[in-house]
Ligand binder design. Structure first.
Ligand SMILES: [Zn+2]
Length: 295
């Protein structure tokens, strides 16, 4: 018996970008967000973050969704696709523009290098140049939040980041704007995702405030590292999970998440494994430190 209560207001989500098939690291993130939602009887949505066509790989969205289903991670409602959401992003951009919070920027990445944006175009682009990207103006307020696993995290955007891009020179919306608009539209109450995104959270909270949107709760879980200590990712060509061994993938993911799956699960069906995982899910055991794991 799973301890699902139907009355929960919890809404969580898994939001992969379709740059390659589901690998073990993304399976861990999917499972953690799924279990966090299901263990309190909440909803769990899947959103394909396909706002960056140049980085996408043909067939990756379908492969990710198939892999989730093979793992038994069935989402609620329709899959969301960011590629259909540009009018919502246009609307948010207009709202920021009318509030005087944006400016056009003509700088190239090479000109700027690393480090916070120095404010070059804040008061207008230099004569003869054309502003191609759009940045949001930040201020000196400290943006902080309490992460369920990572604890208190804060940034002063003007010092740590500078004015940041919300619409790119190639006309595509930046992740920060899109994710904030979509999380609000879907009524997401808590975001469970990899700790590699911890540092981007204050930028998203800042946009939520400017747009008058609620800030969800955040839980940044450890990410799976490869033997070189680098996050498993589609960019580092992490091996896709084998959809024919979903039981093994689930058990290995539960081990990574420090849920101590008992040996008897090895002989159980996929759905029995998931039922155990939902009933015994303990987010506080997950810990905060990313680590190497060879599944
Ligand atoms: Zn600039």
């Amino acid at each position: 018996m799973s301890k699902v209560q139907a009355s929960s207001d919890y809404i969580g989500r898994f939001a992969p970008s379709p740059t390659g098939p589901l690998h073990f690291g993304s399976a861990v993130a999917a499972l953690a967000s799924f279990l966090q939602a299901r263990s309190c009887g909440g909803k769990w949505f899947v959103r394909i973050e396909d706002i960056d066509p140049p980085r996408e790989r043909v067939g990756a969205s379908a492969a990710i969704l198939d892999a989730l289903l093979e793992l038994g991670l069935k989402w609620d409602g329709e899959v969301r696709y960011q590629r259909y959401r540009s009018s919502a992003y246009d609307h948010a951009l207009k709202q920021l523009e009318s509030a005087g919070k944006t400016f056009a920027c003509a700088c190239t990445r090479r000109q700027l290098g690393d480090g916070p944006y120095p404010g070059t175009c804040r008061n207008g682009v230099a004569t003869g140049l054309v502003g191609r990207s759009t940045r949001v103006k930040v201020d000196s307020a400290e943006i902080g939040f309490d992460d369920l696993l990572q604890g208190r995290h804060h940034q002063q955007l003007v010092r740590d980041v500078g004015d940041y891009i919300i619409k790119r020179a190639d006309g595509l919306y930046a992740y920060h704007l899109a994710v904030v608009v979509d999380d609000a539209a879907d009524g997401i109450t808590e975001i469970v995702r990899g700790v590699d995104l911890l540092d981007s959270t204050p930028r998203q909270i800042y946009l939520q405030r400017l747009l008058g949107l609620d800030t969800p709760k955040y839980v940044h879980i450890p990410v799976v590292l490869n033997q070189s200590g680098v996050k498993l990712s589609k960019q580092t060509e992490a091996t896709p999970i084998d959809p024919t061994s979903s039981r093994r993938v689930l058990i290995e993911a539960l081990k990574f998440l420090q849920q101590a799956p008992p040996p008897k699960l090895n002989d159980q069906t996929r759905d029995e494994i998931l039922e155990w995982a939902v009933a015994n899910w303990d987010i506080s055991s997950v810990g905060k430190v990313s680590r190497v794991y060879a599944a």
